[in-house]
Design a protein around this ligand. Structure first.
Ligand SMILES: Cc1cc2nc3c(=O)[nH]c(=O)nc-3n(C[C@H](O)[C@H](O)[C@H](O)COP(=O)(O)OP(=O)(O)OC[C@H]3O[C@@H](n4cnc5c(N)ncnc54)[C@H](O)[C@@H]3O)c2cc1C
Length: 289
């Protein structure tokens, strides 16, 4: 077996140069809660591991444009302790805080959750609902992409060779808006979502929904933004009829698999139920803002 090389550069440029120079056989190491498991199980055998945790840009949370730029390697625990971010985007923080246990929270990052590209990744539907964008660095410079365009399928991303996610931008939260994330798991904790639903809504001065974004996890090959579900809410006060339309649209968007956690039919049904419940939590939060 070939020896695996480990590098821990302290600049972004050095990290990108290492990744680009490895010819596709390199992996970024953030918290390692997915990567180390995959290495141990010999699912992956990269020639090079690039640990990004010494790079200041990927380890910080900074206010930007009324929102927040969160470094890709910021841990769940660090995010949960950031009071201003938690107040602005409680749905994103509650999604991140669902990942694993206290020990996992100390390491698991938002960038790792996104780039591992599990269809059931908890933070991703919440980030999509929030309208977050990913800042990606690579040998050809920087680019910004909506979070929904990063994962393309199980374990697959749209990142090109030599590229890495540097940070995620959570936009300024509009007034009278709120977000929420709910997942369903067969156990009470430490399990993978059967369905996850992230939602963000904005109300006008009369309490009518003026904008909405809804995303579902674990019901397709990647997290899905569901514009039809958002359309069911816009122009309404989230009355029963609108919530029924939302639930139907969420269920209709699902193209899940059967597995030991649930059948296709079950996931489709649960997606509608969770979208509806998450909408009511987001509504309550929007009314308080
Ligand atoms: C016990 C346990 C429980 C878990 N529970 C949950 C759960 O409830 N919900 C959930 O969603 N997940 C869960 N996970 C999975 C895992 O903890 C999360 O996906 C976590 O967010 C991964 O982040 P990380 O920093 O550890 O990523 P890493 O393991 O460091 O990386 C994951 C993948 O992303 C790539 N990567 C990391 N950062 C970047 C970057 N900046 N740019 C490009 N590529 C990058 C790596 O190369 C690797 O392929 C669990 C894992 C364990 C071990």
């Amino acid at each position: 077996m070939e020896q695996m090389r480990y590098e821990a550069p302290d600049t972004l440029d050095a990290a990108v140069a290492l990744l680009a120079g490895a010819g596709g056989d390199a992996r970024v190491l953030s918290g390692g809660t997915d990567l180390l498991v995959q290495l141990r199980a010999e699912v992956i055998e990269p020639a090079l591991i690039v640990d990004i945790k010494k790079i200041p840009e990927v380890r910080t949370i900074a206010a930007e444009g009324g929102g927040f730029r969160v470094g890709a390697a910021v841990s769940g625990a660090e995010l949960g302790e950031h009071e201003a971010l938690k107040k602005a985007w409680p749905g994103v923080v509650e999604a991140v805080e669902l990942i694993g246990s206290t020990q996992i929270q100390g390491r698991a990052s938002i960038g790792g959750n996104l780039c591992n590209a599990s269809p059931a990744a908890d933070s991703v539907p919440a980030l999509i609902a929030a309208g977050a964008t990913a800042s990606i660095a690579g040998p050809n410079g920087r680019r910004e992409v909506p979070v929904e365009e990063v994962a393309t399928g199980p374990g697959k991303t749209s990142l090109a060779e030599g590229e890495m996610v540097v940070s995620l931008l959570l936009p300024a939260r509009p007034p009278r808006s709120g977000d929420a994330y709910l997942r369903f798991i067969p156990r009470t904790e430490m399990d993978i979502a059967v369905v996850g639903a992230g939602i963000s809504i904005t109300l006008d001065g009369n309490g009518t929904c003026s904008a909405a974004r809804i995303a579902l996890g674990a019901v397709a090959e990647r997290a899905l933004l569901v514009p039809e579900a958002a359309e069911a809410l816009v122009g309404t006060t989230l009355d029963e009829a609108a919530l029924d339309r939302l639930a139907r649209a969420a269920s209709a968007a699902c193209r899940p698999i059967d597995d030991k956690r649930g059948t296709k039919e079950y996931r489709i049904k649960v997606a509608g139920v969770l979208a509806r419940r998450a909408a009511l939590i987001a509504l309550e939060r929007a009314r308080q803002n």
